[in-house]
Structures are given as C-alpha cells and as structure tokens.
Design a protein around this ligand. Structure first.
Ligand code: TYD
Ligand code: MG
Length: 457
C-alpha cells in the first residue's frame, strides 16, 4: 500500500527542507520564509535495481572544432560583466529588487541582440501591450524581438525546442522565473519547487538547443517568493542588479561566472530613455562632491578590472545616550568596527562615545579592504572637523597593529586619480609593495596612519 508522503516545509530563501514549520529558517536565518509545499514523489529505489540505462559515448578532451563565438549585446557594460559576451547554451540569472530595472535592461539587450540572432522575450509578469509600451518608450519598437506573454513552462519549452537556424532561438529572456509554473507540480508559482523545476526545464532546453537563456529573478525580503539564491548553483552566471532608491545609478555585478571573472561591475544610469551605459563611473560617483567638507574622502578603488574613484563620507556626532550608533551604507560594518578599534588603540582617537555614520556616495558597495585607509581618513577628518585636501585620493589596507598595507594595482589607482585631476595621494609605502607580493602573508613595515601627513590630528 502506498504511504502518504510526509508534509514538507521549504525555506523560500535558501531552499532548505524541514519536516515542520518554523518561524525562522535554521539554515539561512531568514524569518517567515518557510512555506508548506507539495511533497516530492517518493524517492526512487536504487538505480541498479531497475532495468535499462543507456550506455554513454565517452569522448576525448580535445574537441574537433572551435567553440561557437560569444554573442555581443553591444551594451558594453553588460558584455564585460558577462566575461566578454554571451556564451551560447549558457544560462544567466539576473537578480535584483523589484523595480530596479531588470526588465528594462533585458529588453534593451534583447533588442540589441535581435539583429544578429532570433531573440525571444517571454514575459510572465506583463501583458504583451505593457511590454510594447516599454519598448516604445525605449525607442525599440522596430527591433525584431519575438514577444510572448506566458507562464506555462510546458508551452514555453515546446515553443523553443528547435535548433537555431531551423527556427529555434539564439537568445531567450524569461521575465521572471518566479511567475513560471510547471504542471508536473502542485505547488504555486514562485515556490522553491516550482522555481527549481521551471529553471531546470528551461536550462535543459537551452543546453540542448544551444541558445543563451536569461532568467530574471526578483529578490524578495518577505520570503513569499523563492529568491534567486535557490537557482544560483543551477545557472552558469549570476548577475545582480543593484542600486539605491532615489539614485539613478545602477550597478550590475557578476557574483558567479563560469565563463569569466566575478569581480566585474557594469555601471548604468536610469534615464527617461532607459538604461544608459556610464563610461566614466569615477566622474559620475564624484559628480555631486562638494570640496572642503570635513568627513569626506575620495577612495581610489578597483572594481573588477577597472579603477573607480568614490567618495566616502563619515559623520561623527556625540551619542545621545544609550549605546552609540554605527550606521554604514555601502561598506562592511564589521570592517568599520575594526578601523574604529585600530584608530582608538593605535592612534588615540576615541570614538566610543560617539555615533558614527559612514556612507559610500552614489550607491556603490565597496568590498575591498583597500578602502580601510580612506575610511580612517574620513573618520579622522570628521571628528577633527578638518577637511582633507580636495585634490587628494586615499587607499590602503589597515592591519590590526595600525600598519598600512600595500594593496593591488596601485599604479592603476593613481593613474585614474591623475586622469580626474587629483594631485596627491595618501597610500601605502610603495617600496613595500614588491616585498609584500613576495611574502603574500607577511606584514611588512609600512606607513603608520597616524604618522602620515594629512591624517595627523
Ligand atoms: P523595470 O525594468 O520594470 O524593473 P524590474 O523589472 O527590475 O522590476 O524598471 C522599472 C523602473 O524603471 C520604474 O520605476 C520606471 C523606471 N524606468 C525609467 O526610469 N526609464 C525607462 O525608460 C524605463 C523603461 C523604466
Ligand atoms: Mg520586471
């Protein structure tokens, strides 16, 4: 007699399965993300107990032709983030908050690609007319994109299952994966099971037919929809589209890429005519800068292969009772705690009784430890009320004993600064660089922040 399968509860954020409901997922710590889903069919018996199984035709490592070339979207920022164009047969996930511009970006990419290859755009969120309106607004109505509004993966797969050249597509956009459903499952669209099954079916047909597949995935804080994280391991490339509300800048970041580097970013500006590429992000991030303000410091950073200057702003205020506030936007808050601790222990700058606010201007998120020194400079400047010279850039990693360590690509950082008219730099001692690169983990003697002109209080 068939046993009724037990109920299963699945975290919509990380996909962890539990036997009972809980308010908080034990795996990823997300609140209210656990939802009951239709149980999977009983696990099959061991494969060897059954019949059949096709013998595989093994092949050598060396292929007998050149791999198909990458397709270029002609959106330079997108191509670079993808590792130099789109790889045929690969699947890309484009994640981001609702309203950030994923549909706009992919419609623009679809239109640009449509000249070279058949491009299909399937929207599960918007009706055909809505997509057409957006296309008209973007001036793309004449692009030969094949558009459909659909949510059934069975229908979509049936429509795409042709080789390119024989009517099959070269590029397919699915907007969004959370609206798709497969009739092989009972659960509602947007649940982990559905999102995974639909993605799996679509990726399978993309590999078989050799088209490039874009899957749009919303990031949801509420956990009512399965987030893109449950798909990250299934796709070849994961791109996140980020930006601050109220800022026109958007940053496309590769967090996984089987066909390229993952530290690349692409910078766009959202305008009335859609997303525009930003060729010179440094100039953009510094555009609203006001000279001679205490607490502001220009950091010469590297994002992927590109140097990028951004302003780091700090505000230090007497704490109004209770524990002092530490608020950080665009940087790592534990890194801020470390810099504060080093400033206190090694440089005698006590901020323990003060609220500290730190902001990376323009909505960029910095991950580099090279920003330590710029953060320290902004903090010292804010607490002393002395502005840093307006034509100075700062970079360097700070160690726990207060030493400033060399960082990568120092020349590229300085070159970018010079290009934008900066005349001086506060940086790790250059002579240490060669030694540091030889002893990757060594902590060579370097400039002490407190001894450096401009940082001295
Ligand atoms: P959209 O691409 O629909 O976001 P997502 O697919 O990530 O949810 O972008 C929606 C926002 O972009 C919306 O607030 C309007 C704005 N927008 C522009 O500013 N200019 C434009 O040309 C377009 C098409 C959208
Ligand atoms: Mg959208």
């Amino acid at each position: 007699m068939a046993k009724t399968p037990a109920r299963t509860f699945v975290c919509q954020s990380c996909g962890a399965v539990t036997a009972k409901w809980a308010g908080r997922c034990e795996s990823c710590g997300e609140w209210n993300s656990i939802v009951e889903e239709a149980p999977r069919e009983a696990a099959p018996k061991g494969i060897t107990s059954g019949q059949g199984g096709r013998r595989l035709g093994f092949v050598g490592l060396k292929g007998d032709g050149t791999p198909p070339p990458r397709r270029h979207t002609r959106i330079g920022e997108l191509d670079r983030v993808c590792g130099g164009g789109l790889v045929p047969g690969s699947a890309l996930l484009v994640g981001g908050d609702p309203g950030i511009g994923k549909s706009t970006l992919l419609l623009q990419a679809a239109a640009a690609l449509a000249g070279d290859a058949p491009v299909v755009y399937v929207s599960g969120e918007e009706a055909v007319e809505q997509v057409r309106l957006r296309a008209a607004r973007l001036g793309l109505s004449d692009a030969p994109v094949a558009l459909a509004s659909a949510t059934s993966v069975r229908d979509i797969v049936a429509s795409l299952d042709e080789p390119p050249g024989a009517g099959g597509p070269g590029v397919v956009v699915i907007d969004s994966i959370q609206t798709m459903y497969s009739d092989t499952m009972d659960s509602a669209p947007g649940t982990v099971g559905q999102v995974r099954t639909c993605a799996h079916e679509l990726i399978r047909v993309a590999k078989r037919r050799g088209f490039t597949l874009f899957l749009v995935g919303h990031v949801t804080k509420e956990g009512t929809l399965a987030g893109p994280r449950v798909l990250e391991h299934m796709v070849d490339t994961v791109l996140y589209f980020e930006g601050e509300r109220g800022h026109p800048y958007r940053i496309l970041r590769a967090v996984k890429n089987r066909f390229g580097a993952t530290d690349e970013i692409g910078v766009f500006e959202m305008t009335d005519g859609g997303l525009m590429e930003v060729d010179n992000p440094s100039a953009l991030f510094l555009a609203e800068r006001r000279g001679n303000v205490a607490g502001a410091c220009v950091f010469a950073g590297i994002e992927g292969s590109r140097p990028m200057l951004v302003e780091i702003q700090a505000l230090v205020a007497a704490a109004s009772g209770g524990s002092p506030r530490r608020a950080v936007v665009g940087w790592d808050s534990s890194r801020l705690s470390m810099v504060l601790a080093v400033l206190e222990a090694r440089c005698g700058l006590a901020l323990a009784g003060h609220d500290v606010y730190l902001n990376v201007a323009g909505g960029l998120r910095i991950g580099e430890p090279a920003a330590d020194l710029a953060v320290a400079a902004a903090l010292v400047s804010a607490s002393s009320g002395t502005a840093l010279p307006a034509d100075r850039v700062v970079f360097g990693e700070i160690g726990l004993s207060g030493e400033v360590r060399p960082v990568s690509q120092m020349e590229a950082r300085l070159k970018e600064a010079a290009k934008l008219g900066f005349a001086s730099a506060l940086l790790p001692a250059m002579a240490e660089r060669a030694r540091a690169s030889r002893r990757a983990t060594g902590s060579g003697r370097a400039t002490r922040a407190a001894e450096t002109p401009g940082l001295a209080r």
